[in-house]
Design a protein around this ligand. Structure first.
Ligand code: PMP
Length: 491
């Protein structure tokens, strides 16, 4: 199969590391107080009246007023009523460029007719679910297996979180070993055991409020881009129940926010083989965004298990799945395929693999392939990032912009570049304090972008889709310039 990847220039991880070091060594640069106040009074107070009213009412019944982390925007969340291609529209009728893309799945742009019409056809025929087998379950499993060599079998699940949970159960059953090692700062959903070392490398259990410490008895983290640290942990585990799996976001923690050396994944693969641990790739974001063969195709790595989400349901609900080699996937079907004595990993979900998710996912994948959406969205990501870099230079700002194809990062405060050092525990409260101050400024930047008609992911990440054109990206850059013009050093 011809491979068209979204990434044309893989970022130089050590160069970006240096730039991010420089960013966090400097004072915070952010939108000036005056400009932020002007956005609040001229835009949010006057042009977002209906959103404000709705959120005020919602706060009485919904904790925080919104349901989703990505919707908590400063000064208040906006209510969106329409999505089409590269655009979003709020309840007050304001139009925005969409770089959130529902958190990643809508690589074709929002609500494409080619997928919608198939979904409507299915709804007319059988509704969203019956609890029984539907032919689209087979079709999507075949499509994914044909696209990704290591996926000999595929099981659709309800979300990326569920697929991550299933993957570590399968790994433990398949290897008979106990420990799971993940990369510090990486996000593998919100299940108990994997809420370890999230957001900040080295943060261990500290960000997992509500989860008892003993849950993490067999979860460990290693520092991003540090194979020596990983090997140290693998070796240590030989004496402590072994390592069932190493779980990796292949572009780096938080969808490549901390980029990895290009050959890093191959290094992880070699260590997994050496120590008998399964290699699990979390391709929730990268699957069908980096390439039809995933990030694993791009890096030339063969994980034992692959976690899917987002694009596999094309922006429709129920986006999750686990794929992998037959010898491991059989632990999801023990009684049928593995013999009566083989133990079976517990997975479930009333709505898992419902026909609606499968039809949407299948036709989304077909459309991505037919239209070359992966490459196209990557070109748009390159254009956006180059433009942002030029603006950063023009205004002499310490910001860092880089991209892995259609995944673009705009770091204005560098919160994810911090880590916790337990050898110097007295430094930890300071890091937590500084990152929360910096995060506040990231939210202010996000508010400014939004008021200029640009929806970002938390003010620091932008996903591009194939619905963008060069002209649109150029217009977006004009809007970014309006914000960057008003950036000042904070005292
Ligand atoms: N893994 C990664 C790499 C993710 O980015 C996410 C979600 N952003 C998840 C797992 C969890 O997926 P879901 O939100 O579908 O549970």
């Amino acid at each position: 199969m011809e491979q068209n990847y979204s990434i044309t220039n893989y970022p130089n991880a050590s160069e970006i590391d240096k730039q991010l070091d420089a960013l966090i060594s400097k004072p915070i640069y952010s939108i000036s107080e005056g400009a932020l106040k002007a956005y609040e009074s001229n835009y949010y107070a006057q042009k977002c009246v209906k959103s404000k009213e709705m959120i005020k009412m919602a706060q009485e019944i919904i904790p925080g007023g919104v349901q989703h982390n990505l919707a908590f925007n400063y000064p208040f969340p906006l209510v969106f009523t329409k999505a089409e291609g590269a655009y979003l529209y709020d309840i007050d009728g304001n139009k925005y460029y969409d770089f959130l893309q529902a958190g990643g799945p809508t690589i074709l742009g929002s609500n494409p007719e080619e997928v919608r019409s198939k979904v409507i056809e299915l709804l007319d025929d059988c509704g969203p679910s019956t609890g029984l087998f539907h032919e689209y379950e087979y079709k999507i499993a075949m499509k994914i297996s044909e696209s990704i060599k290591t996926v000999e079998m595929f099981r659709m699940l309800g979300s990326g979180t569920e697929a991550c949970m299933a993957s570590i159960r399968v790994a433990r059953l398949a290897t008979g070993k106990k420990n799971i090692i993940k990369m510090g700062g990486a996000y593998h959903g919100w299940s108990d055991q994997l809420a370890y070392g999230i957001r900040i490398p080295g943060s261990k259990w500290t960000q997992a409020h509500g989860v008892p410490r003993y849950i993490f008895k067999h979860t460990q983290e290693f520092f991003p881009n540090d194979l020596k640290d990983l090997e140290r942990k693998l070796r240590w585990n030989l004496l402590k129940g072994g390592t069932a799996a190493v779980l990796i976001e292949p572009l780096g923690p938080e969808s490549g926010t901390t980029p990895l050396d290009k050959d890093f994944n191959k290094g992880v693969e070699a260590l997994c083989r050496k120590y008998g641990a399964l290699l699990i790739f979390d391709e929730v974001v990268t699957g069908f965004r980096v390439g039809m063969s995933g990030a694993q195709g791009y890096f030339g790595v063969s994980p034992d298990l692959t976690i899917f989400g987002k694009v596999v349901a094309g922006g429709y609900p129920g986006a999750g799945g686990l794929g992998g080699k037959k010898e491991y996937m059989k632990f999801l079907s023990a009684g049928i395929a593995g013999g009566a004595k083989q133990k079976k990993a517990l997975v479930g979900g009333t709505m898992a693999a419902n026909p609606l998710s499968c039809v949407a996912g299948y036709h989304t994948l077909c459309e991505i392939e037919r239209t070359g959406a992966i490459k196209r969205s990557g070109e748009m990501g390159d254009r956006l990032t180059k433009g942002l870099q030029a603006l950063i230079e023009k205004y002499n700002l310490p910001f860092v912009a880089f991209n892995q194809g259609s995944i673009c990062h705009l770091e204005t405060v560098g919160t994810t570049h911090y880590s916790l050092n337990w050898k110097k525990p007295w430094t930890i409260p300071q890091v937590i304090k500084v990152t929360s101050e910096r995060k506040k400024e990231m939210e202010h930047m996000g508010a400014a972008y939004m008021a200029e008609g640009i929806v970002t992911l938390a003010g620091s990440r932008l996903y591009t889709s194939a619905a963008y054109t060069e002209e649109m990206i150029d217009d977006v850059l004009v809007r970014f310039e309006k914000v960057f013009k008003n950036v000042t050093q904070k005292v």
